[in-house]
Ligand binder design. Structure first.
Ligand code: ADP
Length: 181
């Protein structure tokens, strides 16, 4: 039997900087002072005030999350989280990655963000294998939503930048890809 995911979870292919939700999550590095990939895209669209705001946060440890305003982005907030660098899987990467999703949702609750969009944290430059990272993302958020009422978190969108990622998310959501590969 396929696992039935919380109906508040959806998957969407596109650019996270275009989404109008209460909070988008940024896959940042621990300095929070900007990088490439999704981080670079978010800073470009948000404008220079985002960097100024990040400078006041004093960095962020892997697995943790911190919020700022979103400035010129269509969302209200950016939740910056720092994924683990993948080093083969035996260095606590799975627990750190799960923590990114949990802490981001906790921060969303603290700031009153009801709708939230996640990128595929750690699956770019940080090298986390996409199917494994996707299973962790979906299961961690699904488990947390089971404890959070729809009045507090109304929707969680997983944003896939390309078609391959979308396929992986959809396969796991529908249960056609449950074993590690
Ligand atoms: P990390 O360092 O955590 O691996 P990256 O930014 O390199 O972060 O990649 C994380 C994921 O974000 C990758 O799957 C990448 O394809 C995706 N990504 C890159 N740009 C965007 C964007 N504008 N919107 C959504 N996802 C993006």
């Amino acid at each position: 039997m396929a696992h039935r995911f919380d109906p508040r979870i959806t998957v969407w292919q596109g650019d996270i900087t275009t989404i109008k939700v209460d909070a988008i999550v940024n896959a940042a590095n621990s300095t929070l002072l900007g990088g490439g990939g999704v981080d670079g895209a978010i800073h470009r669209v948000a404008g220079p005030q985002l960097l100024e705001s990040c400078k006041t946060l004093g960095g962020c440890s892997p697995g943790d999350a911190k919020a700022t305003a979103a400035f010129r982005l269509p969302s209200d907030f950016v939740i910056h989280t720092v994924g683990p660098v993948y080093r083969g899987g035996a260095a606590g990467e799975a627990e750190k990655l799960a923590s990114c999703y949990r802490r981001s949702l906790e921060v969303a609750l603290e700031i009153g963000a009801h709708s939230i969009a996640f990128p595929a944290i750690s699956t770019g430059v940080y090298g986390y294998p996409l199917p494994e990272a996707t299973r962790i993302a979906l299961m961690t958020v699904d488990n947390m939503l089971a404890t959070i009422s729809p009045g507090r978190i109304s929707s969680v969108i997983f944003v896939c930048y390309d078609k391959r990622a979308l396929q992986v998310y959809e396969d796991i959501m529908t249960g056609s890809r449950m074993s590690p590969d």
